[in-house]
Design a protein around this ligand. Structure first.
Ligand code: TRP
Length: 354
């Protein structure tokens, strides 16, 4: 069976390195592998509204930002369909039907949602729309019969919930929907890249992000200010690797060939780590090395972004065309869903005429 990918991001800000190592890079590799017939990349604006309903302008302002981020990391509109969630009303309709298949208790168990409720301080006034976004995510995935979902670890509960909905739907109505599988990053450290302040997650609200669209100077400043080991006061002091953000980033980005190019005093990351732990290796040197590596990764992204920025009308057209194409696919699935749910009265008079 043809493999289909669907994934997406909420347009609440520019995309950052956490998105990049957690999912974006993987999407580009999968796209270029040629193994997937259909790849859908969704700008999840409706989902973004579930916790930004009072700030629609923010969501609107980030549509083009996220589209540019996608294109600049190498999502190729000839190979992948980029589309805007809210423009596909079929997704909202599917969500409504799937709501019958999920209990309130089950929604409240979703660890990602639970965590977000706490972070947003909703307490007992949780908007129903927010609580239900995992159901809408199930609609996004199943509308395209996607079986492979490249996402970060925090999305696993959403995929699990989708699988439950699919099983229940297929059992009660008809075998229409496809059970998806999450595809996580291979490299453990890429699951959740910490912010430059060492906090558990890179997040816009914490102000600790390196954005894909940051200039080389900004990236350098951010890397130089990165959280390291607070006990490593003098160069000669022994240093710690665990919880040291610079080393976490090196674990995510460093490849053997980087040593020849940027730091031929060492042959491997392990050698650097050993020296740092022994004492005698200063933070600045390690940060400079990391900066070279991160810039090498970001430079082609910046260049591609500049190209696309010269012709924003073309980017707009990519979104319109991608959305048109996605709508056709979602509409076909919705028709099957409605037929399975016996909601296709006007296909045949005999269905309701007695
Ligand atoms: N929840 C995802 C995020 O916050 C965005 C998203 C919406 C998504 N629908 C999706 C991801 C479907 C994968 C599949 O980043």
């Amino acid at each position: 069976m043809a493999k289909t990918i669907l994934t997406g991001d909420r347009p609440t800000g520019r995309l950052h390195l956490g998105h990049y190592v957690g999912s974006l890079k993987r999407r580009v590799d999968l796209q270029n592998s040629g193994e997937y017939k259909n790849i859908y990349i969704m700008i999840a604006d409706a989902q973004a509204l579930t916790d930004n309903f009072d700030n629609p302008e923010k969501v609107r302002q980030n549509i083009m930002e996220v589209a540019l981020d996608y294109l600049s990391v190498g999502i190729n509109p000839d190979l992948s369909t980029i589309f805007i969630q809210s423009m596909i009303t079929e997704l909202t309709e599917l969500t409504f039907y799937y709501m019958n298949l999920v209990t309130l208790a089950r929604l409240q168990l979703n660890p990602t949602v639970k965590n977000e409720i706490q972070m947003r301080d909703f307490k007992s006034s949780i908007p129903v729309g927010f609580l239900c976004y995992p159901i809408s995510q199930a609609a996004d995935i199943t509308a395209f019969k996607a079986d492979v979902i490249p996402v970060g670890e925090d999305q696993l509960p959403m995929i699990e919930q989708t699988r439950e909905i699919v099983r229940k739907f297929n059992h009660i109505y008809d075998e229409v929907l496809v059970e998806p599988k999450a595809m996580l990053p291979d490299n453990q450290v890429c699951m959740r890249l910490p912010g430059i302040d060492g906090k558990a997650k890179m997040s816009k609200s914490l102000g600790n992000c390196i954005y894909l669209s940051d200039s080389a100077e900004d990236v350098q400043k951010k890397i130089m200010s990165m959280y390291t080991d607070p006990t490593h006061l003098k160069v000669t002091d022994p240093g710690h690797i665990e919880g040291n953000t610079v080393f976490t980033y090196l674990d995510a980005f460093c490849k053997p060939e980087h040593f020849e190019r940027y730091w031929n005093d060492y042959a491997s990351l392990n050698e650097v780590k050993e020296h740092y732990q022994r004492g005698g290796l200063g933070d600045v040197k390690v940060k400079r090395f990391l900066n070279s590596i991160v810039n090498e990764e970001l430079e082609p992204i910046r260049t591609r972004r500049k190209e696309y920025e010269k012709d924003l009308n073309a980017v707009y057209d990519i979104l319109v065309q991608g959305t048109d194409k996605a709508k056709e696919v979602a509409a076909a699935t919705l028709a099957e869903v409605k037929q399975a749910m016996k909601l296709n009265y006007f296909e045949d008079k005999a269905l309701i005429l007695k």
